[in-house]
Design a protein around this ligand. Structure first.
Ligand SMILES: [Zn+2]
Length: 217
């Protein structure tokens, strides 16, 4: 899985990062006419969701990738299209707005910035997004899988108990044996085995009646 994915449906780059003709262009422009949703390039927390005179309708998202802070910027979105607000957590690929032409923009496009570290007004942490988009990081990830739930009520209760204490994304996987159908719960992925092991201990405490396994994601 790529750490950062392309932030919209098109990859048509019309202006690059800090080119000789635009040395102060600290991001890339991705342009195409028509309706193009904007995606969160990676999971994270919305740092800003606002209207700027220069960036126009703009969203900034802070990411933590294996302990490294990153920040992405999505600018010039359509008026009224911002779907997330400050402090909200977003998943990679979640739609956060629609490509537009607001702020200092001459023609519909997405201005996208990637910062290794936090965004600052000097853009000193900006890096060329092209070097990171859709790059496989080949890093092993880990998920947790519970033992089987044979009764729907137990599954619902376990999910509610887990949600109450943890913010992990949870998925149900059916285990379909005709004579004894059941479900398991699988969590979102953890970046290290140690994190997964810590999470496993917590999960065992929350649902003591069920075995919890670490699986490779
Ligand atoms: Zn731009």
């Amino acid at each position: 899985m790529a750490t950062f994915i392309w932030p919209t449906t098109t990859k048509r780059v019309t202006s690059g990062f800090r080119t000789p003709s635009r040395p102060n262009h600290h991001g890339i422009d991705i342009a195409e006419s028509g309706y193009h949703p904007i995606y969160a390039s990676a999971s994270g927390t919305v740092a800003r969701s606002y209207n700027s005179t220069s960036y126009g309708q703009c969203i900034m998202i802070v990411h933590n990738v294996n302990g490294q802070t990153w920040e992405t910027v999505y600018a010039h979105m359509r008026d009224g299209s911002r779907r997330v607000s400050e402090g909200q957590t977003v998943r990679q690929g979640q739609i956060i707005g629609v490509m537009g032409n607001t702020g200092q923009s001459y023609g519909q496009h997405l201005h996208f910035e990637l910062h290794k570290g936090r965004w600052n007004s000097n853009k000193s942490n900006a890096v060329n997004p092209i070097n990171y988009l859709d790059k496989e990081d080949n890093k092993m990830r880990y998920r947790l899988r519970t033992g089987k739930f044979n009764y729907a009520e137990d599954l619902v209760k376990a999910k509610a108990d887990i949600k109450k204490e943890q913010k992990w994304a949870l998925y149900e996987v059916p285990e379909s044996l005709d004579w004894n159908p059941g479900y398991r719960i699988i969590t979102a992925a953890f970046d290290s085995k140690k994190e997964a092991e810590n999470a496993r201990v917590k999960l065992r405490r929350i649902i003591p009646d069920y075995a919890v396994y670490i699986i490779e994601a």
